[in-house]
Every structure is written in structure tokens, then in C-alpha cells.
Design a protein around this ligand. Structure first.
Ligand code: UT7
Length: 309
């Protein structure tokens, strides 16, 4: 059976760091409130979706040790493309000197898992090597006078190269979901800012993450005790805590980077996953559960068997 596995990865964060103290000079908020209610201490702001994607993708290509001309597709998950057309993935493809298919995908904060699963679909019909990227520059669509959203959102990117393999690959189970009837809870019109009913998103987020994780695990034929590391969407540490408690995964087996990154939407799961990998928190053969939720309201999860590149 044809499948795929990650052979290299990279991440990128803008240089400019904005602390909670910095935000408290711009709006009626404070470090104590933000830390207690969200877990976020700092976030990185700046760059464009293309520049951050190019940086993380270049690192992933270098780590993979591959000839870039062997890449036959770029899948870029983003809710913040640099232009309406062309897709930002086209800019990234050209900057990296690639000649292959390239498209953007928007499934909000679930986007990286969507892109990873879609890339497996392409592998199953003949693609050999793909670049999968999750990047967002949410600071550009954030209303910096709205303390309900400005304390959460930030910029970043994570990328990986995945290779076709003939032994079934590392993706053991997946789930993609959406409920468009809830679009009023979290949206940004073209050219406009993010609007969010934070309380309602919070309430539903926990439920849909747990539900999606259960579906992926069932497809993989695994239980929660098999999971060595859970990599949830980095939105709010209270959401992560509540979802992991309901799933029965202790925080020691959960990847959390949001204290340093804020909510970077498409980049949040790859930033957390590759931080854990870089720190040696994942061993060969470990079962990793990625699970996200976002506007739309989308949910996505994937159970993978980690393979050391
Ligand atoms: O990728 C998906 C994206 N979205 C999310 O994941 C968001 C999910 N929701 C959340 O993370 C939380 O709902 C928030 C962090 C947005 C808000 O936290 P909360 O615990 O739901 O706070 P709240 O909106 O119920 O506000 C509680 C109090 C209110 O004051 P009163 O009415 O109790 O006097 C707010 O006015 O805190 C006040 N408040 C703030 N105070 C200081 C709201 N925002 C702030 C703030 N700083 N930034």
C-alpha cells in the first residue's frame, strides 16, 4: 500500500516579539489576565505569508537533503494569503526554484492537518514528494483595538517534506470535518478584521476536538493510551487542558508552544509538532495525535506513527 512519511521539517517565526506587557500599553488589558485566561506570554508579529513560508520550507528542504527539483507539489494551508490571486503557494514555488503544482488550502486553524491529509491523497494517486506548509499572518487581519482577539492572534509558519513509501506510511487514521452553519462565530470578511464570539468558540472547540480525535483513533484501531504525544491546535491553554482532560491525555504527553507563539492558525500544529521533534520528545515508532479546530467550524485530526527521518 502506498503511503507517505515526513522526511524533513522547518519552522519560521518573525523576529519582532510582542509581549503581554507591550499589549497592555496599546489596550485595556494586562499580563496577568492574558496569562491566566489564555496561557500566552509572547507572540511573533511580522513578515508576509510568502516570506515566512519560504523560510520554513527552505529549512524543511535542507533538512531532507533532497534535490528541490524532485518536489512535485506544494500544498500551502493559509487563511491569510498575500493576494486574492495568485495563490501564495505560487510565489513560494517560484522563490524556491520549484517547477511543480502549487495550491493554497483554507480550512482555518485546522488547515495544516487538512493539507497533510490532502497531500496523502495526492501520494495515493501517484505524487512522489510534496511540500506541505502551514502559514498564517493573522496580525494583518487583527483589529489591534479589540482586546478580545488582539491578545490571541499572531504570525508563523511550519513546513515539511513528505515522501511516498510503499509500506503503508505513517498516517494511520484521520478525520476532517466542518459545520458551516457556525460561520458567524468566527469570520473575517475580505479586507476586514477577525470577528469572534470567543466564549462560544471555546465551548464548541473542546467538544469537536475530542470528537475528531476519537474518530481518528478509531480509524487507526488505537486507543488513547497508545498516544505518546498529543499535538493540539495552539489557541488557548484552557482549551487544550479541557480537551486533553476529556480525552484522558495528561499534559506531560501534550505539545504546547502557545506561550511563545500565540495562536498562529495554520502554523500552530506544525510549530508545536516540530518543536517537540527538535527537542527529542518523539521517538521512532511513537504514536502522535494531531488535532485542530477552527473557523468554519472545521475540525481535523490525524494519528501518525512517527518515523525518524
Ligand atoms: O483558532 C480558534 C480561535 N479562537 C479561540 O480559540 C478563542 C476561544 N475563546 C477564548 O480563548 C476565550 O473566550 C477568550 C480568551 C477570547 C476570552 O476569555 P474568557 O474567559 O471567555 O473571557 P470573557 O470574554 O468571558 O471575559 C471575562 C472578563 C470580562 O469582564 P467582566 O464582564 O467579567 O467584567 C471581559 O470584559 O474579562 C474581560 N476581558 C478582558 N480583560 C482584560 C475580556 N478580554 C480581556 C482582556 N484583558 N484582553
Amino acid at each position: 500500500m502506498v503511503g507517505a512519511r515526513i522526511i524533513g521539517w522547518g519552522t519560521a517565526l518573525p523576529q519582532k516579539v510582542v509581549s503581554n506587557a507591550d499589549l497592555s500599553e496599546m489596550m485595556e488589558t494586562n499580563d496577568e489576565w492574558i496569562t491566566e485566561r489564555t496561557g500566552i506570554k509572547r507572540r511573533h508579529i511580522g513578515g508576509s505569508t510568502a516570506t515566512l513560508s519560504i523560510e520554513s520550507a527552505q529549512r524543511a528542504i535542507t533538512m531532507s537533503g533532497i534535490d528541490p527539483s524532485s518536489i512535485d507539489g506544494v500544498v500551502l494551508s493559509t487563511t491569510t494569503p498575500d493576494r486574492t490571486v495568485p495563490a501564495t503557494s505560487a510565489t513560494v514555488q517560484n522563490a524556491l526554484g520549484l517547477r511543480c503544482g502549487a495550491f493554497d488550502l483554507n480550512a482555518a486553524c485546522s488547515g495544516f492537518v487538512y493539507a497533510y491529509v490532502v497531500a496523502h491523497g495526492l501520494i495515493s494517486i501517484g505524487a512522489k514528494r510534496l511540500l506541505v506548509i502551514g502559514t498564517d499572518t493573522l496580525s494583518r487581519i487583527t483589529d489591534w483595538s479589540d482586546r478580545g482577539t488582539a491578545i490571541l492572534f499572531a504570525d508563523g509558519s511550519g513546513a515539511c517534506v513528505i515522501d511516498a513509501v510503499s509500506d503503508g506510511g505513517q498516517l494511520l487514521g484521520w478525520d476532517l470535518d466542518a459545520d458551516g452553519s457556525l460561520e458567524h462565530l468566527l469570520y473575517a470578511d475580505i479586507g476586514g478584521y477577525i470577528h469572534m464570539d470567543g466564549k462560544e468558540v471555546f465551548r464548541r472547540a473542546v467538544r469537536i476536538m475530542v470528537d475528531s480525535a476519537h474518530k481518528s483513533l478509531a480509524k487507526a484501531g488505537l486507543g488513547i493510551d497508545d498516544v505518546a504525544l498529543c499535538v493540539p491546535h495552539q489557541a488557548n491553554v484552557r482549551i487544550i487542558d479541557a480537551a486533553c482532560r476529556q480525552l484522558g491525555i495528561p499534559m506531560e504527553r501534550t505539545a504546547v508552544v502557545l506561550q511563545e507563539t500565540g495562536n498562529t492558525s495554520s502554523a500552530s500544529i506544525p510549530l508545536a509538532l516540530f518543536d517537540a521533534a527538535d527537542k527529542g520528545r518523539i521517538s521512532d515508532g511513537d504514536i502522535v495525535l494531531m488535532v485542530g479546530f477552527g473557523a468554519g467550524m472545521t475540525a481535523a485530526s490525524a494519528v501518525i506513527e512517527w518515523r525518524k527521518p
